[in-house]
Design a protein around this ligand. Structure first.
Ligand code: SAM
Length: 247
């Protein structure tokens, strides 16, 4: 019998998930950035800034932004690695990658940025190439998360680190109630008004609830071969930053 996985709250064949996720991001690509600001009241910018502050990147380093979409994290990394460094932005979805290419080119970044269409589960890079690998709000969309974590560990150079920025489990019970009401009742409607797509934003909310909590995520990273994992809760655990180190 074929293996199944979740797509939001629906159980689907594992082989189907990537196509369904691709439909979501193709549909919202052009309104993706506007929706992020609207849904999070701009707070996603601080979560991403916090993650970038923990990149450990130095001038001349090479960073990999996996599932990088419109390139928010790449923008931080480009400043950190400077003109002698390099950032590689990858995404499985061509439309999201094009949004990233357009934004970064508009800001004058050419030459030290590379774009590559790639599945997080099968990264087309040699072992030990990057000083920092990041997956920001991407991992919950990946079908085989363990495989993606193993791949990201493989391409890290010794001394490098993986940043996993993702929605997680609120650690303040009162916050959880308000957050649930807002997520299930307001976000899909915002999706309809701003991006013309209620279903994709319902998937977003559901996929957050299906994503592993902080401790499970930490265990998955250790199992994938990281030598140490540290966790930071942001906005009461609505989001968590997991940092996995390769010694
Ligand atoms: N990293 C960006 C950010 O933080 O704004 C974009 C995050 S967006 C919510 C999720 C991205 O993951 C989409 O661009 C989507 O195409 C990409 N994605 C989904 N599944 C993927 C996979 N298996 N491999 C690579 N990228 C994937």
């Amino acid at each position: 019998m074929e293996k199944t996985t979740h797509f939001g709250f629906r159980e689907v064949a594992s082989s189907e998930k990537a196509g369904l996720v691709a439909d979501v991001f193709s549909s919202v690509a052009s309104r993706y950035d506007v929706m992020n600001d609207a849904m999070s009241f701009g707070i996603h910018r601080f979560w991403k800034q916090f993650a970038a502050m923990h990149s450990g990147l130095k001038k001349g380093n090479h960073a990999l932004d996996v599932a990088g979409g419109s390139g928010d994290m790449s923008l931080h990394f480009l400043k950190q690695v400077g003109a002698d460094g390099m950032v590689t932005l990858t995404d499985i979805n061509q439309e999201m990658l094009e949004e990233g290419r357009r934004r970064l080119t508009d800001r004058g970044y050419v030459g030290n940025i590379q774009f590559s269409t790639a599945d997080a589960e099968d990264l087309p890079f040699d072992d030990g190439q990057f000083q920092c690998v990041c997956i920001s709000f991407g991992l919950r969309n990946v079908t085989d998360k363990e495989r993606a974590l193993t791949e990201m560990q493989r391409v890290l150079s010794p001394g490098g680190r993986l940043l996993v920025l993702e929605f997680s489990k609120p650690v303040i019970p009162a916050l959880e109630k308000v957050y649930d009401t807002y997520s299930f009742n307001v976000i899909p409607k915002m999706g309809r008004l701003i991006a013309g797509d209620e279903d994709s934003y319902r998937y977003l909310v559901e996929s957050i609830r299906k994503h592993p909590d902080q401790q499970t995520m930490k265990t998955m990273m250790l199992d994938a071969g990281f030598d140490d994992v540290r966790v930071h809760n942001l906005t009461g655990g609505i989001v968590a930053l997991h940092i996995g180190y390769r010694f």
